[in-house]
Design a protein around this ligand. Structure first.
Ligand SMILES: Cc1ncc(COP(=O)(O)O)c(C=O)c1O
Length: 384
């Protein structure tokens, strides 16, 4: 077997979910499981959270159906709403809570509800409070909510927005978004659903009836490093994914020898190189710069040379007992307890942890570790 595996610690996922609840004790937390639970496997993550989370959120109906098919019974929120009116029969009858962010969706929903006189839906009306991605202009929201609330088929209307800069809580844009959305919430007297992970953790004025933590569930600290709470959050969260492989070959190179495609790295001294089974064909970022850290048997080492499709190369000169078969942790918690934060790796790749985690491809087997299980057995394998 090729030794590359993404180990998924479902106990850590549950721990992180509980942290979201601890920081927002008066709100209910919908677990954001879109994009295959940020690369971790949405079915397994949903099963692990089903006794804790009163709702789960995905991007679209197809992602929601996959959760329903695995027995998830709680409300499933569709964060982008629906793309075609034909999705509505299933949304209305299947316990999905759709976001409504555009006028044709409101018309299509109200029209389709006529066919289902005995069904009631919950909807989230999305206000564009300043991010300028999805949502109605603030001045449109009252009329839309009034129409929805007066319809007998609409059981519950939530007010929703999304923040552009919640990771920097002192930003002027966040203050302005909060002012807009909290004013509307007071005027309309509707339950609010505003906070992503950083807002859940550090913006009390954004936590109302519901919060929507995503990346923090997977153990990624969503706050900018200069934020006061950053260290506390680092300690509060546990990494969920550990990407682990092994050294499959060793090269002993003299000074002045190139390594890998484009000969980007030329050895400056006699160098021992470990070839690791992990590459961009697995989703590891090809933009990893010289010096990107990995752990070899729990000790830090650095990538030397370009990442190729199935392999990458690491300078192991300083780790003399490293050999063929030695364990290499690309990020996460090594078996020895040593940690390599996926956000640190991301910064070496000029990206963010979200893209590294969601980028791990189906080719990489996920192995699930699970002690604190509500029911299912522990330690299962899946190719997701
Ligand atoms: C609408 C919406 N809500 C919540 C989230 C969760 O955000 P985060 O992963 O930063 O917690 C996202 C993520 O992209 C989102 O698009």
């Amino acid at each position: 077997m090729r030794p590359l595996t993404a180990h998924i610690d479902l106990d850590a996922l549950r721990h992180n979910y509980r942290q979201a609840c601890r920081y927002a004790p008066d709100a209910r937390a919908m677990a954001v499981l879109k994009a295959n639970a940020y690369g971790h496997g949405s079915l397994e993550c949903a099963r692990a959270l089903r006794d804790l989370a009163p709702a789960m959120a995905v991007a679209c109906l197809k992602e929601g159906q996959a959760l329903r098919d695995t027995g998830i019974a709680c409300p499933i929120v569709l964060l982008e709403g629906f793309f075609e009116a034909d999705e509505l029969d299933e949304i209305i009858t299947g316990g999905y809570w759709s976001v409504l962010h555009t006028h044709w969706q409101v018309e299509a929903l109200l029209d389709r509800l006529e066919r289902w006189p005995h069904h009631h839906v919950t909807v989230l009306v999305k206000c564009d409070s300043g991010m300028h991605r999805l949502g109605f202009a603030p001045e449109e929201v009252s009329a839309i909510c009034r129409r929805l609330r007066s319809h007998p088929g609409v059981e519950q209307t939530l007010l929703m927005t999304h923040f552009a800069t919640a990771d920097t809580p002192d930003s002027a844009l966040l203050a302005s978004q909060l002012d807009t959305i909290n004013t509307l919430r007071r005027e309309l007297d509707l339950p609010g659903c505003f906070a992503n992970s950083p807002a859940t953790l550090s913006v009390p004025a954004a936590r109302h009836d519901w919060v929507r933590p995503g990346v923090m569930l997977y153990g990624v600290n969503p706050l900018a490093p200069e934020q006061m709470l950053h260290g506390e959050i680092d300690r509060a969260l546990k990494p969920v994914m550990t990407l682990e492989s092994r050294i499959i070959a060793i090269r002993e190179l003299a000074a002045g020898e190139p390594i890998g495609y484009g000969a980007r790295h030329v050895t400056g001294r006699p160098t021992r190189v470990g070839v690791v089974a992990c590459g961009y064909g697995d989703g590891y970022d090809r933009h990893a710069r010289e010096g990107t850290p990995v752990l070899v048997q729990g000790q830090r080492a650095m990538i030397a040379g370009r990442v190729s499709m199935d392999m990458l190369t690491v300078d192991i000169t300083g780790i003399p007992d490293a050999d063929i078969g030695s364990r290499v942790t690309l990020w996460g918690r090594d078996a020895s307890g040593a940690m390599l934060d996926v956000s640190e790796v991301a910064s070496w790749c000029n990206t963010i942890a979200y893209t590294l985690l969601t980028g791990i491809l189906p080719r990489v087997p996920r192995r699930y570790h699970y002690n604190d299980a509500p029911d299912d057995s522990s330690d299962t394998d899946a190719l997701s």
